[in-house]
Design a protein around this ligand. Structure first.
Ligand SMILES: N[C@@H](CCC(=O)N[C@@H](CS)C(=O)NCC(=O)O)C(=O)O
Length: 213
């Protein structure tokens, strides 16, 4: 029986990161929908697990953890030491750096377009907010493309924990309405090659192929 329990709905990018990592490593886990219309995350029981009332939360036996990228790090350290979680310090912190960059830079610029286009009810999204989000995201995509032109994966020759959060960012960004004038899609061949390779793995199904909601 699985002792690994992930709390959170799959419409959350932060839950998807954790599920993608768990599936990638073939872990046996249980997931419970929580957040938004599912509720649960405001109950006293849930707040005891995560006082922020946010998803995801992970329980591994007696150990409870929140913060999506930290959960990804923990799972990779536990189950893929020396591979997804590099043992070499320079390689590990190369991967760590990209995970922090995803949280602090990429997510900040791309989130508004997602919220306006997908989450905000009503026929007219705030196109100015979308245009700003697009304009600030484009340079980050160019940065990623140039980075991936030099190496197959985010932190070098092999897949590491850093690839999960960034793949989930690209899933959310490229899942936005295509061909819209506010969302010019320049060619990012290296970023596209990297993302297609991850999506081609059967273990990414149920995460990187879901429609945004
Ligand atoms: N830094 C946190 C952010 C968590 C977060 O913002 N979670 C959102 C969903 S992506 C949430 O809990 N929203 C409230 C809800 O779903 O009810 C993490 O990476 O885990």
């Amino acid at each position: 029986m699985s002792t690994l329990h992930i709390w959170g709905r799959m419409s959350s990018i932060n839950v998807r990161k954790v599920v993608l990592a768990a599936q990638w490593m073939g872990l046996d886990f249980k997931r419970t929908d929580a957040g938004l219309s599912y509720g649960i995350n405001t109950t006293p029981e849930y707040l005891r697990m995560n006082p922020n009332g946010q998803i995801p939360v992970m329980q591994d036996g007696d150990f409870t953890l929140w913060e999506s990228n930290v959960i990804v790090r923990y799972l990779c350290a536990k189950h893929s030491m020396g591979n997804l979680y590099p043992e070499n310090l320079a390689q590990r912190f190369d991967a760590e750096r990209w995970m922090d960059w995803q949280q602090t830079t990429m997510n900040n610029v791309g989130r508004a377009a997602f919220v306006e286009w997908i989450r905000t009810p009503g026929p007219q999204p705030d196109m100015a907010a979308i245009a700003k989000s697009v304009a600030t995201t484009e340079p980050q995509l160019a940065l990623l493309d140039a980075h991936l032109a030099q190496r197959p994966f985010m932190a070098g020759d092999a897949m590491t924990m850093a690839d999960f959060p960034i793949a989930c960012e690209m899933h959310r960004w490229w899942g936005l309405p295509p061909q819209h004038p506010a969302l010019p899609r320049s060619a990012y061949p290296h970023l596209s090659r990297w993302y297609a390779g991850i999506c081609a793995q059967p273990v990414s199904k149920g995460v990187l192929d879901i429609v945004l909601s």
